[in-house]
Write a protein that binds this ligand. Structure first.
Ligand SMILES: C[S@@+](CC[C@H](N)C(=O)[O-])C[C@H]1O[C@@H](n2cnc3c(N)ncnc32)[C@H](O)[C@@H]1O
Length: 198
């Protein structure tokens, strides 16, 4: 999907679905996270798109004076190259920045602290290789291969079950971290039913 199409989709969904408030009870900070941000630069474009869409939403409701301050959390594995990310941050950015190392399959934020959760091309990474795929005595043993294209139905089913478990867990932990009536934007590569790809 092109960045232009993504930008239009994000604009549209924020304009039509995001709840915005005209007052902040505790602090005037709009917190956004990009889960699986890598080292840039796509994450900078994505975060800028989200912020501009939120600003437009406030303007369209006549709430220019209420536009909040933005804080962006960049998340990825602890081994991610955060040094490159931080040294290449856009100079003109108008948001506060923090790095959040750790797996998005677990809790990363306090209860009800996030306004927008964004993740692009990252959520298809499972939390682990399904154990039965590694077990020689299991019908789902994948013979040491790291892809399932030529594997049996049992292999494909094991990966599908792992994905379902990971998604349920991911949504449960995010449900605790995101504020009520706010938004999760997930861009996940996918294939049509019945098609297998490595
Ligand atoms: C293909 S890159 C996508 C980067 C960026 N979001 C984009 O759209 O260009 C996927 C990123 O997800 C990260 N990732 C995968 N599993 C993760 C996990 N469980 N927790 C945090 N980051 C993860 C990888 O380390 C990698 O940096």
């Amino acid at each position: 999907m092109s960045l232009a199409i993504l930008k239009a989709l994000i604009n549209d969904v924020i304009a039509n679905k995001l709840y915005v408030q005209s007052f902040f009870s505790t602090s005037n900070t709009f917190r956004i996270v990009d889960l699986g941000c890598s080292l840039g630069p796509n994450t900078f474009v994505a975060m800028q798109n989200v912020i501009e869409a939120v600003e437009h939403k406030y303007q369209s409701k006549g709430l220019e004076s209420k536009i909040p301050e933005f804080q962006v959390f960049f998340n990825d594995h602890v081994t991610n190259d955060f040094n490159t990310l931080f040294t290449t941050l856009p100079l003109e950015k108008q948001y506060f920045v923090a790095g959040v190392p750790g797996s998005f399959h677990g809790r990363l934020f306090p209860e009800a602290s996030l306004y927008v959760v964004h993740s692009s091309y990252a959520l298809h990474w499972p939390s682990k290789v399904p154990t039965e795929v590694l077990n020689k005595d299991s019908p789902a043993w994948n013979k040491g291969k790291i892809f399932y294209t030529s594997g049996s139905d049992e292999v494909a089913n094991a990966f599908a079950a792992q994905f379902a478990e990971d998604m349920e867990n991911f949504l449960n932990v995010r449900a605790r971290e995101i504020m009520a009536r706010r938004m999760i934007i997930l861009i996940v590569p996918s294939i049509a039913n019945g098609i297998r790809r490595s």
